[in-house]
Design a protein around this ligand. Structure first.
Ligand SMILES: *Cc1c(COP(=O)(O)O)cnc(C)c1O
Length: 497
């Protein structure tokens, strides 16, 4: 993964490279008469000085970004088995569609009449998502999965409030993604944990004992965050619905079930989908993404406004409906991350329903194959049920050699692989969470299994190799705690004033 010249070489920031007067491009001298800015912008508050932008030549700019890109790991560089993140290959056809000038150059303020094609594409994506989830209506506004969670929970809150039903608890399994309890708290609920049983599934007896008239809902993903299918989902749904609560589906694991089973049919009332995990869009490093939310008929009045409406039968015109008195309000500056949504639509259309069913089957097949192969090095944390699209290994065995799973992960980097998700879910000691996705060939999976076996073998024979890893990267071990606690987000130039 290292690139000649990039190794062990520090890359100054663009600001550090900045030299006064240096330019990438220059505009011709203006032949329009000067005007007084204060007159034209009368009353507008202006900054006291121009923004501090780096001044740099085009060649240095290109080299900077090319070098930075070469230091990055991405799905187009190598295997990226980051559990829970569905880091899969993104077909280039989706990029082409998103880059079509009619989509790409549309202005967010454009009147609906001028962007009928974009509105139709967004409306059609909503139809796909309602069909795939078995629910009634969708919003495409949320810009990420976590925002989708918040939007879904605000709709659950609005639903109960509208019925004058005072409910303040959201139940979350102990294996849940950290965003779930965080979203519940942000939406004004108390997040209460339900434990997993010894087999890694929700302890349904404990759940039944927890629910009461304070229960606003349950947040769950199925397959759950251990990659296991909740076989008692109907009993779970009944436990929540019987006390008047609603079921929220965290759709980040949709790669396992797309085209096969539908959250709506399992009893869920709200679903957010991470289209940037399941339906194309290169992701990693934090974005961009989109987290559409799909809801049941009962929750439809609470969708964020505006809602895209299709007029005529068959639809012949598309417009925004702002007249939504029960709406929780707008949650995005415009209409969502449209480029990401267009990639999702082209991915869905390119696959069709049979293609999606085949995709999820292969995701599950690949995970089960790899779980068998890596099982030779480390055991499954919850072997009682076969995994779906991802699985969690327990790495406590390496501890007796003074090594931790973190060291194994760092060693995997030297062996050419991006490490899996680690220390998550929290209920597994020394967890390694692996999601191969459907786009990887068996040879790649074999190679990864061999690398993991090698690293685990080295733990017994020569633990210093692991403590010392990674050796092949431009930077070695990072001080992650300081990076999080004392982030340096601002560069202050040396100026005269
Ligand atoms: C990725 C993920 C999320 C959050 O999605 P973002 O788009 O990163 O905000 C939520 N839940 C689960 C299970 C996830 O894997």
């Amino acid at each position: 993964m290292t690139v000649m010249g990039a190794r062990n070489q520090t890359e100054p920031t663009l600001f550090e490279r900045s030299r006064p007067g240096r330019r990438s491009s220059e505009l011709p001298v203006t032949d329009v008469p000067d005007v007084d800015v204060d007159v034209v912008l009368d009353g507008v508050e202006l900054a006291e000085r121009a923004p501090l932008l780096p001044e740099i030549a085009e060649l240095d700019l290109v080299r900077h970004f090319t070098r930075m890109a070469q230091r990055n790991h991405g799905i187009d560089v190598g295997f990226y088995p980051l559990g829970s993140c569905s880091m899969k290959y993104n077909p280039r056809v989706a990029e082409r569609v998103a880059a079509l000038p009619g989509f790409r150059d549309a202005h967010p303020w454009a009147p609906p009449a001028a962007v009928q094609g974009t509105l139709r594409a967004l409306w059609e994506l909503e139809q796909w998502l309602t069909e795939l989830t078995g629910l009634h209506a969708a919003t495409l506004q949320p810009a990420a999965g976590a925002q989708g969670e918040l939007v879904g929970l605000l709709m659950i809150r609005a639903y109960h409030e509208h019925r004058h039903d005072d409910r303040d608890v959201i139940i979350v399994p102990d294996s849940a993604h950290g965003t779930n309890p965080a979203s519940a708290t942000t939406a004004g609920f108390e997040a209460v944990t339900v434990p997993s049983g010894p087999d890694g599934l929700v302890d349904v007896g404990a759940l039944e004992a927890l629910v009461n008239e304070r229960t606003a809902g349950l947040m769950l993903t199925n397959p759950n965050t251990l990659g296991l299918f909740e076989v008692e989902i109907e009993r779970i749904a009944a436990a929540i619905h019987d006390v008047g609560g609603l079921l929220y589906y965290d759709g980040a694991n949709f790669n396992a079930i797309a085209g096969r089973v539908r959250p709506g049919d399992m009893g869920f009332d709200v679903v957010h989908l991470n289209v940037h995990k399941t339906f194309a869009t290169p992701h990693g490093g934090g974005g961009p993404g989109a987290g559409p939310v799909v809801v049941s008929e009962e929750l439809t009045p609470y969708l964020p406004a505006p809602v895209i409406v299709a007029d005529g039968e068959p639809p012949s015109g598309y417009r925004f409906d702002w007249d939504r008195p029960l709406s929780i309000g707008r949650v995005h500056g415009f209409h969502g991350n449209v480029g990401v949504l267009l990639r999702a639509l082209s991915y869905l259309q390119r696959h069709g329903s049979d293609g999606l069913a085949s995709m999820s089957a292969k995701a599950v097949l690949n995970a089960n194959y790899l779980a068998r192969r890596t099982g030779e090095a480390l055991p499954l944390a919850y072997p009682q049920h076969p995994p779906m699209h991802e699985f969690v290994l327990c790495g406590t065995a390496v501890r007796e050699h003074g090594v931790r799973v973190l060291d194994v992960c760092k060693r995997l980097i030297d062996l050419g692989y991006h490490p899996p998700t680690n220390y998550f879910p929290l209920i597994v000691d020394e967890a390694l969470m692996i999601e191969p996705t459907e786009t990887e060939a068996p040879e790649t999976l074999d190679g990864f299994a061999a690398a993991l076996a090698q690293a685990v073998g080295e733990a017994a024979q020569d633990p210093d190799i692991l403590h010392d890893a990674p050796r092949s990267t431009p930077v070695r071990r990072l001080d992650e705690a300081s990076a999080a606690r004392r982030p340096v987000l601002r560069w202050t130039p040396e100026t005269d004033d």
